[in-house]
Ligand binder design. Structure first.
Ligand code: DGL
Length: 265
């Protein structure tokens, strides 16, 4: 690859920015196109058929327009459903974001792990298969959150979000006797790319300390491996952000750090 590679990062909204920032750090030589399908947000509220019918043709249009070298589906709710369809339909490499159940169960000492995702992600057959294959004897609690992704977007827009609203979504992840650190939940998988946006609040509000598993660094390594060696001589390439609603976001200053400081067109 002699030119700067183009990486398309796709999510239902702003959550995929938590994956983007890791990919950007791993591959500063790439050109980035971030697509937020905000016209259809939140994916967690749509049926499986609706998501497949939405994402597969939309991705075809985006590939036609931007000709990316690789696409990252930075959304668990979509990846757990559409990756096989996308790979069958289009020839470029796709990297998905799916619940990090394997590393979480491998590191849990108490053998109690919770998976916090959208209602869609925790219902998926894909997620259940990950538990069957990789729980390694751990008790895995699936917590389907109706509103945490929307709360994370609101927080990123600078709106006040109450502790009570966050805690209502988070509390079911904490299983076991709070006073017994040897048996209570010790690991929570962040199975929605929006949730790391709230990580400081989640840590503050958690009834006891746990390990929070965010797969973004592993996704970034996978992207870098697939692209091969970085383009020599290119220190930093450009970035574009697209909202499918065509709305004017007015968030440039907030979003710039996720793009590694690039000016976002
Ligand atoms: N960011 C998405 C995920 O990782 C979901 C948010 C939504 O419901 O659209 O699952």
């Amino acid at each position: 690859m002699t030119n700067s590679p183009t990486i398309l990062v796709f999510d239902s909204g702003l959550g995929g920015l938590t994956v983007l920032r890791e990919v950007v750090a791993a591959r500063p030589d790439a050109h980035y196109v971030y697509v937020a399908d905000d016209a259809f947000f939140p994916y967690g509220h749509h049926s499986e058929d609706e998501i497949i019918a939405r994402v597969v043709p939309l991705m075809g249009e985006l590939i036609g327009t931007h000709d990316p070298d690789l696409a990252v589906i930075a959304c668990n709710t979509a990846s757990t459903l559409v990756l096989s369809h996308l790979r069958a339909a289009y020839s470029l490499p796709f990297v998905g974001t799916v619940p990090a159940i394997k590393p979480a169960c491998a590191q849990s000492k108490t053998r109690r792990v919770s998976v916090l995702g959208t209602k869609g992600t925790v219902k998926r057959e894909y997620t259940k298969a990950l538990i069957r294959d990789f729980a390694q004897g751990c008790e895995v609690t699936l917590v389907g959150s109706p509103d945490l992704a929307s709360l994370a977007e609101a927080a990123l827009r600078g709106e006040p979000i109450s502790d009570r609203d966050i805690l209502a979504e988070l509390a079911p992840c904490f299983v076991g006797d709070a006073g017994d650190a040897s048996t209570r939940t010790d690991t929570v998988v962040l199975a929605c790319t929006h949730y790391p946006l709230l990580l400081d609040r989640l840590k503050q509000l958690a009834p006891w300390p746990v390990a929070w598993i965010d797969p973004a660094p592993a996704i970034a390594r996978r992207v870098s491996d697939l692209l091969g060696a970085a383009t020599s001589g290119i220190v930093q390439s450009g970035a574009e952000m697209i909202f499918t609603s065509n709305r004017i976001h007015g968030l440039s200053a907030t979003l710039t750090p996720f793009f590694g400081g690039r000016a976002v067109a």
